[in-house]
Design a protein around this ligand. Structure first.
Ligand code: FAD
Length: 301
């Protein structure tokens, strides 16, 4: 039996492993895909303190190496369920593992727009994160697609940086708060393209524009250097509903202490209810979740 099983080898999960191992706990990390999580394919990170520029792959490799050098055991298996009280059983397709505590750091996935070549253009003019990539488009023309709070926040953030921001939305009504909408409407460099959908990415090695179609079927091209997709995120919590309370969007309800309603179950990173989903907050969550898991384990003995 392990002291702690960590689900997810993203920034939150691997940071949790580092803290738990340094507190002399035995740790198993289960990862469904590749270590590093969402950040691995990002060409350049410029907002992680101390690292002025680092690629997502290098960031993930450094984090993994640090955890592995401390003795982290990593198995590439998707956790399918967490059950049990004092002893938790985590099942995968092939195995079941036991631990006294579990940290669920399963992250979130960006909802895709579903337009051709979207995935291939990530980092070349398609972004899902204005805070992460906005600064690369200073004085350039960008578009944001979406009609909720995130799209409006992203557009407002980008309006301070970019020359022009197009907000593209398939309706002419918004899910974002009325005051947020009014504020953005008053920005001189923001143009609303409503009742319209993005039909095509125009590319020349990188994104050079988008083709949009309005409700009447009229098509037009807009020259932009980046399209920020803000059509929602999907937290990876559905398999752990029995041990997590989820909000209406599926995020795990837990405070800054990362402690859940289920004894011995902790959450860390983008799958948790929080305002800022970034590397720095994910790694911070990992540290907090592991520290509280260690306290929980020490109180058992
Ligand atoms: C394109 C892009 C660029 C970004 N750029 C920046 C940036 O420049 N700066 C910044 O601060 N942030 C950036 N971010 C945000 C940052 O990547 C996330 O905030 C961070 O990765 C969250 O870490 P996490 O560990 O909580 O989740 P994730 O990174 O989502 O990691 C979760 C891990 O859990 C695994 N997993 C999920 N379910 C299971 C399961 N059932 N069993 C086992 N494993 C499972 C996943 O495969 C994944 O590896 C960017 C995000 C994207 C998508």
């Amino acid at each position: 039996m392990y002291d702690i099983i960590i689900i997810g080898a993203g920034p939150a999960g691997l940071s949790a492993a580092i803290y738990a191992l340094r507190a002399s706990k035995t740790v198993l990390v289960l990862e469904a895909n590749t270590y590093g999580g969402q950040i691995v394919n990002t060409p350049d990170i410029e907002n992680y303190p101390v690292e002025e520029h680092i690629s997502g792959f290098e960031f993930a490799t450094k984090l993994y190496t640090q955890a592995a050098n401390l003795g982290a055991e990593l198995k590439f298996e998707r956790a399918l369920s967490v059950e049990g009280e004092a002893v938790k059983t985590v099942r995968t397709a092939k195995n079941s593992y036991e631990a006294k505590a579990v940290i669920i750091a399963s992250g979130a996935e960006n909802r895709k727009l579903g337009v051709a070549r979207e995935e291939e253009m990530v980092g070349k003019g398609i972004s899902y994160c204005a805070t992460c990539d906005g600064a690369f488009y200073r004085n350039k023309k960008v578009a944001v697609v979406g009609g909720g709070d995130t799209a409006f926040e992203d557009a407002a953030y980008l309006a301070d940086i970019a020359d022009t921001v197009y907000l593209i939305h398939r309706r002419d009504t918004f899910r974002a708060a009325h005051t947020t909408v009014e504020k953005l409407q008053s920005r001189e460099n923001v143009q609303f393209v409503l009742n319209s959908t993005v039909e095509e990415l125009l590319t020349d090695k990188k994104l050079v524009g988008i083709k949009v179609r309005d409700k009447a079927g009229n098509e037009s091209e807009i020259a932009v250097d980046c399209l920020f997709v803000a059509v929602g995120r999907i937290p990876e919590n559905k398999d752990f509903k029995n041990v997590l309370s989820l909000d209406s969007e599926g995020y795990a309800v837990a405070g800054e202490d990362c402690i859940t309603d289920s004894q011995g179950v902790f959450v860390a990173g983008d799958n948790r209810v929080k305002d800022v989903r970034q590397l720095v907050t994910a790694t911070a969550d990992g540290a907090v979740a592991a520290t509280n898991a260690v306290k929980y384990l020490n109180a058992l003995t």
